[in-house]
Design a binder for this molecule. Structure first.
Ligand code: 8GT
Ligand code: MG
Length: 134
């Protein structure tokens, strides 16, 4: 029996400015659809997490990342799939974030973050934002 878990590696960017973070609404037809998310996406085979972060943030919110620090790595089993999130704090970028793929996006004050609006895997990120960045 194969008990090895196949994780989907994902680069996730917590874009920070003025005690706010830029979040996007996941399309309803996607995994965890209807939840808010930190922009990001799947890391390609052989791709470094930082490069995937820069690529996904350009594709999804049209910014050029100039400063990012690893925040945490989270492994989460959704039942239908297992994800490994490589989470970065994005503290420097060129351009103004926008929903470049037609999705809704907004600057969310860190004080207003509600864990229930995000995918379950994001719990630890939100707890860190509460303690580290406020
Ligand atoms: N981008 C992003 N993905 C997250 C977050 N939390 C979380 O569990 N995920 C999960 O990570 C997985 C991959 O993310 P994604 O759907 O954005 O990947 P992608 O941009 O490459 O999209 P695609 O391959 O569907 O076109 C999804 O299963 C998603 O549910 C989050 O905060 N941001
Ligand atoms: Mg994505």
């Amino acid at each position: 029996m194969d008990t090895k878990v196949n994780y989907i590696d994902v680069a996730v960017g917590v874009i920070l400015r003025d005690q706010k973070t830029y979040v996007c609404l996941r399309p309803t037809d996607k995994h965890q659809g209807g939840k808010w998310e930190f922009p990001g996406g799947k890391i390609e085979a052989g791709e470094a997490a930082e490069l995937a972060l820069a690529r996904e943030l350009m594709e999804e919110v049209a910014i050029t990342v100039t400063q990012a620090q690893p925040l945490t790595t989270i492994e989460h089993d959704y039942g239908d799939k297992c994800v490994r999130l490589f989470v970065f704090a994005v503290t420097g970028f060129d351009g103004e974030p926008t929903g470049a793929e037609g999705q809704s996006g907004k600057w969310l004050p860190l004080a207003d973050i509600d864990i229930a609006d995000f995918p379950a895997a994001n719990r630890e990120i939100i707890e860190q934002l509460r303690t580290t960045f406020r």
